[in-house]
Design a protein around this ligand. Structure first.
Ligand SMILES: *[C@@H]1O[C@H](CO)[C@@H](O)[C@H](O)[C@H]1NC(C)=O
Ligand SMILES: *[C@@H]1O[C@H](CO)[C@@H](O)[C@H](O)[C@H]1NC(C)=O
Ligand SMILES: *[C@@H]1O[C@H](CO)[C@@H](O)[C@H](O)[C@H]1NC(C)=O
Ligand SMILES: *[C@@H]1O[C@H](CO)[C@@H](O)[C@H](O)[C@H]1NC(C)=O
Ligand SMILES: [Zn+2]
Length: 416
């Protein structure tokens, strides 16, 4: 079997991917609250690609090229973070994952959903179009906008009658975070195709699910660069492409944030300068103005965190106790499935501070009493942002149990 795998890998080496040969992933000791701010400085260096951002209670995972390993190593030593090698050479690891992906691609999906592999942008667009055609009584498409490359920001709305509060879930704001897209597809599958079993959830809320919040970037991770994070819009006066849509929302934009177009977390030239953030922002305001935005969820990876506002400040939001209570019962529901433990807390305090994020924006749009969350889904290991195909279904299934518990809880609250 092993021999066969080796043999196949020599056939499938032809890849248009950007090479990560010689790139290493460096890890560190566990980060504490006390030293959280120091490693954050390193995030501004475009040479460092953070697989795992600085967060309390876990080590860093930072990828960098051969040329910058020495510099990164000494910076981490200087910060007393005890660097060590996590992945010796990313190149072959990526080649192995890509080979597996190419093989799985041979199985045609025929416009059906799949959790056996990561679906391409075109496959996801085809599936969403098909599913609403098959279930027109309780589902429809909402084209929220169009990206720089002309791809649709296509959400599925699930509704069985007027006058309900809304739940919005988006996936893949960061292009490379591939485990998030199947989570959104799981939500669509359960609410639309598996409607008979989940009708109660649609009786309670209108659901808006955007499975690819950054389609240009997502497509780019399939064809050009597996570790691309931002969107693909060009930047005037710079050769570096892309803005981080999750630093571009019109919420405290400009008080902080990365102004370097070459950075992975570039905030853009102005609040809502990007098609992706501006379209989602507009959809959130519409939902708030038509029945109310009860629950907002943005899905990312990786970390196994469920975090809530604020991201822009260490101060707690007014509904902190409620957000924490709901997060706790969500994490408890997930742990009951198979033992996966999510860390919960306010973004700036347990994860990292960030200005211009969708979670803060949604919370503010809902007058500071929307249940607003960012999910950092489990991933990691040698495949970084995309767990092995066989791990997709376990991860999205347990997370879906958490989302159901959260929606049911939000329904019992009269906050909104
Ligand atoms: C994805 O990218 C490829 C290669 O650049 C391009 O040919 C294709 O049209 C893109 N697909 C979509 C749906 O944008
Ligand atoms: C939820 O609350 C219970 C009771 O206070 C606590 O034991 C548990 O650790 C909390 N879970 C999380 C994920 O914080
Ligand atoms: C929401 O909270 C922020 C930060 O505390 C505050 O500036 C803002 O006025 C609040 N908005 C509302 C509608 O209460
Ligand atoms: C449960 O967790 C174990 C250990 O992480 C894993 O091997 C297994 O596949 C998981 N099973 C399901 C059904 O999620
Ligand atoms: Zn992300």
């Amino acid at each position: 079997m092993r021999l066969l795998a080796c043999f196949l890998s020599t056939i499938f080496v032809v890849s248009a991917y950007k090479s990560y040969d010689g790139y290493q992933v460096i890890t560190s000791r566990t980060v504490t609250l006390r030293d959280l701010s120091e490693p954050r400085r390193l995030e501004n260096d475009p040479e460092y690609i953070f697989w795992a951002r600085p967060a309390v209670g876990r080590p860093l995972h930072v990828m960098t090229s051969q040329i910058s390993i020495g510099k990164l190593w000494s910076e981490l030593e200087h910060l007393n973070l005890a660097p060590s090698v996590y992945i010796e050479d990313v190149g072959p690891v990526l080649a192995k994952a890509d080979e597996k992906r190419q093989k799985l691609m041979d199985i045609p999906l025929n416009r059906a959903v799949s959790f056996d592999r990561y679906m391409t942008l075109q496959e996801i667009l085809d599936y969403t179009a098909e599913v609403v055609q098959n279930y027109p009584l309780h589902s429809s498409l909402l084209e929220l906008g169009t990206t720089y490359e002309g791809n649709p920001l296509r959400a599925v709305k699930v509704s069985n009658g007027p006058g309900k509060r809304g739940i919005f879930l988006d996936a893949g704001t960061h292009a490379r975070e591939h485990i998030t897209h199947p989570l959104a597809l799981k939500a669509i599958f359960e609410l639309v195709e598996n409607y008979d079993q989940n009708k109660a959830l649609v009786d309670l809320f209108d659901w808006y699910i955007l499975p690819v919040a950054n389609p240009d970037g997502y497509n780019y991770t399939f064809n050009e660069d597996r570790f691309w994070r931002k969107n693909r819009s060009p930047n005037v006066g710079s050769d570096c492409v892309g803005t981080d849509p999750n630093r571009n929302y019109d919420i405290n934009w400009g008080i902080d944030g990365d102004a370097n177009p070459c950075s992975e977390a570039y905030r853009g030239v102005a609040a809502f300068s990007e098609a992706e953030s501006s379209a989602i922002g507009s959809a959130l305001r519409d939902i708030e103005n038509n029945g109310g935005l009860a629950l907002y969820m943005s899905t990312h990876c990786y970390g196994t965190f469920l975090i809530y506002p604020w991201g822009f400040t260490y101060e707690f939001p007014v509904t902190y106790d409620e957000l924490a209570k709901a997060a706790n019962l969500t994490a408890t529901a997930i742990e009951a499935v198979n033992g996966t433990r999510f860390v919960i807390g306010s973004s700036a305090n347990v994860y990292f501070p960030a200005v211009g994020a969708s979670m803060d924006y949604a919370y503010a749009v809902g007058n500071n009493n929307t249940y607003s969350y960012t999910w950092e889904l489990p991933a990691g290991g040698e495949f970084g942002f995309a767990p092995l195909p066989e791990d997709i279904l376990p991860i999205v299934s347990e997370t879906w149990e958490g989302i159901k518990a959260l929606a049911n809880y939000v329904n019992t609250q009269v906050l909104k």
